[in-house]
Design a protein around this ligand. Structure first.
Ligand SMILES: [Mn+2]
Length: 321
């Protein structure tokens, strides 16, 4: 356990990085573009200063990402080596470190770089309310005068563009565009990042989407859109459960929809339900079924026969829509 937990600033973080020589850098479990891009960017910056830095994540990133961006293949699921300092990147709490949480918690010299405004769980904590952790890494890189080559620019851009939903979420502000313009100047591979994270799909994913779209049902004068996939659909199309992620967006994208629902049969007669709202809270609806989440993006699990589950959801949404 770390006893004294301190607030770190960009300057104090730069001193810590300069005063130590070897770093274990941890991404969060179920890694996204921000944690991956920020971890790699930090490792590249440290290495260019002559330091050693190794990358860890308790879930290995997608093979597609590793193939597209070589350094993402450097993450290890097994811990190895001896380090002066552990750095957690983009983790709002210690549990985000997954399998590495207790290893991390038992180490003395730990540093958090994060933007979720969460609690301090490291010895040193630089916690901001920025749109992405990559903006913290960018500030550190600038202060340390690390030269920004196209590779470093690309990984910084990866974090920035994924956590802002390609500069479309309401966390996108002037500082995001200013950072993007610097990264553009340093030849970040913006088109490639955009393609891999926002456009690429597999044929299976596309067929699964088509199946779900063909099942779209509208309720309450178009204010609610619902789709579903059964385990038989997944079997028939040879798809993993993970291939269904993001499909709910097509329900909420319907212009009249205030609530979008996507149900996937997870186990026989057990449905994983994802909901999205437009100026309409779906969190309380999901809580009603024992789930939870954010105000406009939430989920729950509901057991029952398909049509019964649909009827239950439609009824509960009907109370507030
Ligand atoms: Mn993030």
């Amino acid at each position: 356990m770390n006893s004294a937990k301190k607030t770190a600033t960009v300057s104090s973080v730069c001193k810590l990085l300069l005063n130590n020589n070897s770093f274990a850098i941890f991404a969060h479990t179920n890694p996204d573009g921000d944690t991956l891009g920020s971890c790699v960017a930090l490792a590249l910056a440290l290495r260019s200063l002559g330091k050693s830095a190794n990358l860890f994540c308790d879930m290995l990133p997608d093979a597609k990402l590793c193939n597209s961006f070589g350094e993402i293949g450097q993450f290890s699921q097994k811990f190895f080596g001896k380090y002066d300092m552990f750095v957690s990147v983009d983790c709002g709490d210690i549990f985000r470190l997954g399998e590495f949480a207790s290893l991390y918690d038992n180490f003395g010299e730990t540093l958090t770089l994060d933007h979720h405004g969460g609690e301090y769980f490291s010895r040193y904590n630089l916690v901001t309310n920025y749109a992405s952790t990559s903006q913290i890494i960018f500030e550190v890189v600038k202060q340390l005068s690390v030269p920004i080559d196209d590779k470093l620019a690309t990984y910084l851009y990866m974090g920035l563009c994924t956590d802002t939903g390609n500069f479309s979420h309401n966390n996108t502000d002037k500082s995001c565009f200013l950072m993007a313009s610097v990264l553009c100047e340093h030849n970040a591979q913006m088109e490639k990042v955009n393609r891999v994270f926002f456009k690429d799909t597999t044929l299976t994913e596309t067929k699964l989407l088509a199946r779900a779209l063909s099942r779209m049902r509208m309720y309450y004068d178009g204010k609610m859109a619902l789709m579903y996939l059964t385990s038989a659909d997944l079997r028939e199309l040879g798809a993993d459960f993970s291939a269904t992620s993001g499909i709910v967006q097509y329900a909420i994208n319907i212009d009249t929809a205030k609530a979008g629902v996507m149900m996937t049969e997870y186990a026989p007669n057990v449905f994983k339900v994802s909901m999205r709202g437009k100026d309409f809270s779906v969190r309380d609806i999901c809580r009603e079924f024992g789930g939870g989440g954010h105000l406009y993006a939430a989920g729950c699990m509901i057991s029952g026969f398909l049509e019964d589950v649909i009827e239950k959801i439609v009824r509960v949404v009907g109370y507030t829509i």
